[in-house]
Design a protein around this ligand. Structure first.
Ligand code: SDX
Length: 427
């Protein structure tokens, strides 16, 4: 691979360095482009633009590969647990048993959320979407934890990581409790992280509650599969907001809002709503495939397609297998799963989808498992956020520790040239 790229503009030749990544990804370093040529690049949606160098996650969209810190998603989903993977993403190495135990102990120091936060959640109507409530509560954590993170202090950074992991899970489940009119639960420091999620969500003061270990194990795996995904929309948002040196809670709050969109994390809710609509209208998958292909129809096949994966999303494969296992274990026979499989088979055979490399993504099957686990549909994206939290933290930490510059893209102005002010009487 040549070490430089040549650009000829206005008859002048300019050389730019070429960077080659660990897995041989090639990048042209255009840091000096504007000063050397006066020109900028234009790349709506950043389809061809790298925002940073990162050591956290590697994706190969053509081969359908996903690795966290070099470990394959298949191995991590099979052999690790969510807190172990969170530690790996954030600190760069798989923890020893002692380190993992200490990490969980240190998270438990911060699982009590300030009681005054309840006044904030009480301000929301019961039917407020949980993602909007979660974004607000996450930002509100700053009010109760105003000390900004000294990213140059490992101790400070570690404390901020544990605090965020501890408090975010609790307030995420409060969004559900609020919508149901249930009392807000407290984290139980004698129980595991994912088991606490189930208790925080479903334990009622009126009787004993023991989460089904199958469900806890399935959720733990789902959280691992959602934990990071390099520079996706919400993670790029977290990095962008953090690049102005806004705090970690404020940056994650912005990430929650970005994730909410139906083209991104909100797709898992949109998939279930789409499948339910297909079921309600007689289960005719072909009719909806035709709608998805019709340029005049805004309908898209939710859970299909991906900006990077032009092959199967490896997470979708794992989740599809887990969906079969979890539904079988729970004895759930959900016709929605059959509709999803019919839709997937038809789409994978269809020229429109094949020619555009549209495959099921992480969101296509996850909602089916969440539904079988008793999670309400509008909480699906909250679960995506719980899973993605360690990835957001890891990426924010990398950006700040590496002292990346404030994010500020350029633009090509295509508006009106200079013109004189027009007084009212002449408008
Ligand atoms: C996530 O980036 C990440 O890593 C995200 C994520 C993560 O872990 O963080 O993986 C999580 O967000 C997964 C994606 C969830 N979103 C959906 O399932 C929503 C449905 N899919 C899309 O809207 C779409 O596929 C995107 C948004 C995911 C990707 O869009 P792109 O890369 O901008 O692709 P595009 O819109 O340019 O589409 C290319 C072509 C177009 O057709 P033509 O103009 O070439 O004729 O494919 C078509 C699109 O119309 N197309 C679809 C389609 N997705 C793309 N047509 C029908 N149904 C779809 N789902």
């Amino acid at each position: 691979m040549s070490k430089t790229a040549i650009l000829e503009i206005d008859g002048n030749r300019h050389e730019f360095p070429v960077l080659v990544g660990t897995e041989n990804e090639v990048a042209i370093d255009i840091d000096k482009l504007r000063s050397a040529t006066g020109a900028i690049t234009l790349d709506p949606g950043y389809k061809n633009s790298g925002s940073c160098k990162s050591e956290i996650t590697f994706l190969d969209g053509e081969e359908g590969i996903l690795r966290y810190r070099g470990y394959s998603i298949e191995e991590l989903a099979e052999k690790a647990d969510f807190l172990e993977v969170s530690y790996l993403l954030i600190f760069g190495e798989l923890p020893t048993a002692k380190q993992l135990e200490q990490f969980e102990t240190d998270i438990r120091k911060y699982t009590l959320v300030n009681e005054e936060m309840k006044n904030i959640i009480d301000g929301f109507p019961k039917n407020a979407h949980p993602m909007g409530v979660l974004s607000c509560l996450t930002s509100a954590l700053t009010a109760f934890n105003p000390k900004s993170v000294n990213v140059d202090s490992e101790k400070d950074m570690y404390e901020a990581v544990c605090k965020t992991m501890g408090k975010f899970l609790v307030i995420a489940t409060w969004t559900y409790r609020k919508s149901m009119g249930f009392p807000l639960n407290y984290y139980d420091n004698t129980k595991g992280y994912v088991e606490n999620f189930m208790r925080l969500m479903f334990e009622l003061p009126t009787g004993p509650y023991t989460p089904d270990p199958t469900i806890v194990a399935a959720l733990d795996k789902l959280f691992i599969l959602h934990a990071d995904h390099e520079q996706n929309c919400s993670t790029s948002t977290v990095r962008m907001v953090g690049s102005s040196h806004a705090g970690l809670f404020a940056s994650i709050s912005a990430g929650v809002s970005a994730l909410w969109g139906p083209l991104h994390g909100g797709a898992n809710q949109a998939v279930l709503e789409m499948l339910e609509e297909i079921q309600k209208n007689g289960g005719d998958a072909d009719k909806y495939l035709a709608k998805a292909k019709d340029k005049n129809d805004p309908f898209r096949l939710m859970g299909f397609g991906h900006r990077v994966y032009k092959n199967f999303d490896p997470r979708a494969k794992i989740i599809k297998k887990a969906a079969d296992e979890v539904l079988a274990t729970l004895g759930v026979n959900d016709p929605i799963l059959n509709i999803a499989k019919k839709l997937e088979e038809a789409a994978l055979e269809d020229e429109y989808f094949k020619s555009r490399n549209l495959y099921p993504n992480v969101d296509f099957y996850s909602g089916i498992i969440y539904r079988a686990l008793g999670i309400p549909t509008d909480m699906f994206t909250v679960l995506f956020a719980i899973g993605r939290l360690p990835g957001w933290i890891a990426q924010w930490k990398e950006m700040r520790v590496n002292k990346e510059p404030i994010g500020r893209p350029r633009q090509v102005y295509v508006g009106s040239p200079l013109r004189d002010f027009v007084p009212f009487e002449k408008r």
